[in-house]
Write a protein that binds this ligand. Structure first.
Ligand code: TYD
Length: 398
């Protein structure tokens, strides 16, 4: 495999086998048309970058029916409020132009709405972009790229803030993305983004963060090294609880801002934990294999006792867990989810039916697999009434 940044040859260190598109929930009539790819991961030693090998064309994933709406989680709505407050407190100096890459339904940008500020969302998935537009968030329905940046005349060299959340790790051509950012940012402009954090994935063995859309798993070490290649500094970082552990990165043009101590300290910590080297990957691989064995044993022993299992939340992450561990509709009767687009469909490859939450509450299984383990607090609160009537399980500690 080839490193997507340095273009040097690297060796995949782990394979997850044949995977479907993680968000490819489908109707029965489409079972025969499913798309699969071999999911492998590799590590670029030069820039400490954990990355996917083969991946389906993004147009297959972020199409007109991308089934995720940011506003479907109250926790995420609150998170984006806090994120925008943090930006306003720390990096808001006479801001006129703000862009969000992967702006989804506009939940984040909404927090910046003001008569003085031009905001622009760039969102490739039509259904979510349409909702943003309905909510009066200026949005263009396109993939972000240098080509797109070149068309945004009002924003070229004049953008004070470019932000993103859970979007940058989805973009395979990072070099082109950085060139686009370079085109748009003003001299003092900053690029702020947050993504699931490699260090958290290692700590929790939450390998379910790895799926077709997550092409990169970033760390402080990798982000610093990547952006240095293009004359940018990593000036600030902040750990986040979202998505089971994320990191926020702040990037600025070289020499324009002082680099915060937290960056240096985080780099030291990553070195100590081997997050900047291949050894971290190999340790993680071993932990994944142990986790897989444990989960399979647990599921098989529940089934042996003739007990029922259902899933809670048909997440993209669940596609990796189910397919990597060989768990399917023989073991899990249904998965409930709040997303209308998913209900009535089946999980990719494992073909487990997806039902609404009401159905789950009425047909409580003996065991409930919490696929949205990262939203545990919100879900447990919501399910107070039935919480003790089923046994909650997950592949990570919950
Ligand atoms: P998320 O962890 O963001 O998933 P992904 O792995 O897909 O990035 O969870 C989003 C999914 O979880 C989405 O299908 C909606 C579902 N969900 C519920 O069904 N109920 C809930 O209370 C929450 C928070 C999510």
């Amino acid at each position: 495999m080839i490193c997507k940044i340095t273009k040097k040859k690297i060796r995949p260190f782990m394979s997850f086998g044949k995977m479907p598109i993680a968000n490819g929930f489908l109707h029965k009539k489409d079972f025969k048309k499913e798309f699969f790819f071999k999911m492998e991961v590799g590590f670029s030693k030069d820039i400490s970058l954990f990355q996917l090998n083969d991946h389906p064309k993004p147009k297959l994933m972020f199409n007109k029916n991308y089934p995720f709406f940011t506003s479907s989680s109250n926790y995420m709505i609150k998170h984006f409020e806090d994120y925008s407050k943090w930006i306003k407190e720390k990096y808001f100096n006479n801001v006129k132009n703000i862009i969000e890459i992967g702006s989804n339904d506009g939940t984040f940008l909404k927090n910046f709405k003001s008569k003085r500020i031009n905001i622009l969302g760039i969102e490739p998935s039509k259904n979510v972009a349409t909702i943003a537009k309905k909510n009066k968030i200026n949005t263009i329905n396109k993939f972000f790229s240098l080509k797109t940046a070149n068309t945004l005349k009002k924003f070229i060299n004049k953008t004070d803030i470019i932000c993103a959340a859970n979007a940058i790790c989805h973009i395979p051509d990072l070099t082109d993305l950085i060139k686009g950012i370079d085109k748009l940012l003003s001299k003092k402009g900053i690029f702020i983004f947050e993504e699931p954090y490699l260090g958290s994935m290692y700590k929790k063995t939450s390998y379910d963060q790895i799926y077709d859309e997550h092409i990169f798993m970033f760390s402080v070490s990798s982000v610093k090294k990547i952006f240095e290649l293009y004359n940018f500094d990593l000036i600030d970082v902040k750990a986040q609880k979202t998505h089971g552990g994320s990191m926020r990165y702040v990037i600025a043009r070289k020499g324009e801002y002082k680099i915060k101590n937290i960056v240096t300290n985080s780099l030291k910590n990553e070195k100590k934990a081997n997050i900047d080297k291949l050894k971290g990957c190999l340790d993680f691989k071993k932990k994944c294999e142990i986790s897989k064995k444990k989960l399979r044993n647990k599921i098989f022993s529940i089934k042996k006792k003739n007990k029922t299992i259902a899933g809670y939340a048909a997440t993209s992450k669940s596609t990796t867990i189910l397919n990597y561990c060989g768990i399917d509709n023989r073991h899990i009767d249904f998965i409930c989810d709040t997303t209308k687009d998913k209900v009535g469909k089946f999980t990719p490859k494992t073909h487990i039916p997806i039902v609404n939450i009401k159905y789950f509450r009425k047909n409580l299984p003996d065991y409930t697999f919490l696929f949205a383990w990262n939203h545990k607090e919100e879900i447990y609160k919501k399910e107070k009434k039935i919480l003790k009537k089923t046994n909650w399980i997950a592949h990570v500690e919950i």
